[in-house]
Design a protein around this ligand. Structure first.
Ligand code: ADP
Ligand code: TRP
Length: 330
């Protein structure tokens, strides 16, 4: 049997997951399960650049684990693990740091944004792409599915692998491909900007239906009068509806809006129904899974152990390459 190709991605444990995370990252990553061996993890070390609340970090890590499974990650055949359970990743990050220029890291969007927004720029923020490169390169994936905003980071990881290989004159680290779903691109939030926890404009994935409905109804729309014709394409409602409705349903709503006499409120209600249709079952599973932490921890342990076996091999080769014994004390 030929070895399946490998896909890997991580989601930071911060706040509640939202529709942008689902459409931009989770839904696409899960579609790869047929074709790839998937390694999906909770990037809790990455959360520490901003998180100062240990209890919240623990809870949010389990929230993300439960979300992956609720949306259908088959953990018998794929790996779900917690980044921090495999400290080899921080060790690999160090070796990568030593072949990565300061000037290069200054170009990272994550760093530039933190500076521009006058957020705390700690060293973790600055070296964020190095840790992310280690997350990727340690497990030799073929493909890294991410939202568009993470594309640069995946490209940086390719360059770091190239720099390491060039520095030692050996093809040690495998160079992965990013996979960006161009159709999804950036999902807009309630106010029209990118949906993001940082902007407080999200529609959370597993909120009670009442809350979800209220959020959807608060989507910003123009104030075209009820009887006037309206354009669904490019509107906040349309940009979300397109991901939850069939092509026919989309066209139908588009035509009715264009004919006039249908208000945005009504269109938002149809959007809400389409979202619920897709999220209702996963939300139910999520609540069941979240209620059994022992089981969740067992899944993470098993995924972590399998990931460890892969990472050990790569790390031993990296260590030997740089002139450190393959294993400590050997
Ligand atoms: P946030 O911006 O809310 O902090 P994260 O940075 O934690 O979200 O994103 C986790 C994953 O979800 C990433 O792969 C990211 O590309 C994707 N993602 C987040 N927001 C969006 C969005 N609005 N549209 C598309 N993808 C998104
Ligand atoms: N940086 C990613 C984000 O903010 C999360 C992440 C960490 C990641 N390590 C990764 C994604 C490795 C893909 C591969 O969303």
């Amino acid at each position: 049997m030929t070895q399946k190709k490998r896909a890997l991605t991580g989601i930071r444990a911060t706040g509640q997951l939202h529709l942008g995370n689902y459409l931009g990252a989770i839904r696409e990553a899960l579609r790869l399960q047929q074709e790839y061996e998937c390694l999906y993890f909770i990037a809790d070390l990455h959360s520490l650049t901003t998180n100062r609340n240990p209890e919240a970090l623990r809870e949010q890590s389990l929230d993300i684990a439960a979300s992956w499974i609720a949306f259908g990650l088959d953990t018998d055949h794929h790996l779900l693990y917690r980044q921090s359970d495999l400290p080899q990743v921080t060790e690999l990050a160090w070796y990568l740091s030593c072949v990565t220029g300061m000037g290069y890291l200054q170009k990272a969007h994550s760093y530039k944004d933190a500076v521009a927004q006058e957020k705390e720029v700690n060293h973790g923020v600055f070296s964020y792409p190095v840790l992310m490169a280690a997350d990727i390169l340690l497990y030799e994936p073929d493909l890294v599915p991410v939202g568009k905003d993470q594309k640069q980071h995946v490209e940086m990881s390719r360059n770091m692998a190239g720099s390491f290989n060039a520095a030692y004159g050996k093809e040690v680290l495998k160079i992965p491909e990013p996979k960006i779903n161009e159709e999804v691109m950036t999902i807009p939030g309630l106010d029209g900007r990118k949906m993001s926890k940082s902007y407080d404009n999200t529609i959370p994935l597993f909120a009670p239906e009442k809350v979800m409905r209220k959020k959807v109804m608060s989507l910003t729309t123009d104030s075209t009068p009820l009887e006037a014709p309206k354009e669904l394409d490019g509107s906040g409602v349309g940009d979300l509806f397109v991901h939850f409705a069939s092509a026919e349903e989309y066209r139908d709503l588009k035509d009715r809006l264009a004919a006039g006499g249908l208000g945005w409120g009504h269109a938002k209600d149809e959007l809400f129904q389409a979202i619920i249709r897709e999220l209702q079952e996963p939300a139910k599973r999520y609540r069941e899974l979240r209620g059994d932490e022992e089981q969740l921890r067992a899944v993470l342990r098993s995924g972590g152990e399998r990931a460890h076996a892969i990472g050990q091999k790569v790390l031993a080769e990296v260590r030997t390459t740089v002139g450190i014994p393959a294993h400590p004390f050997s």
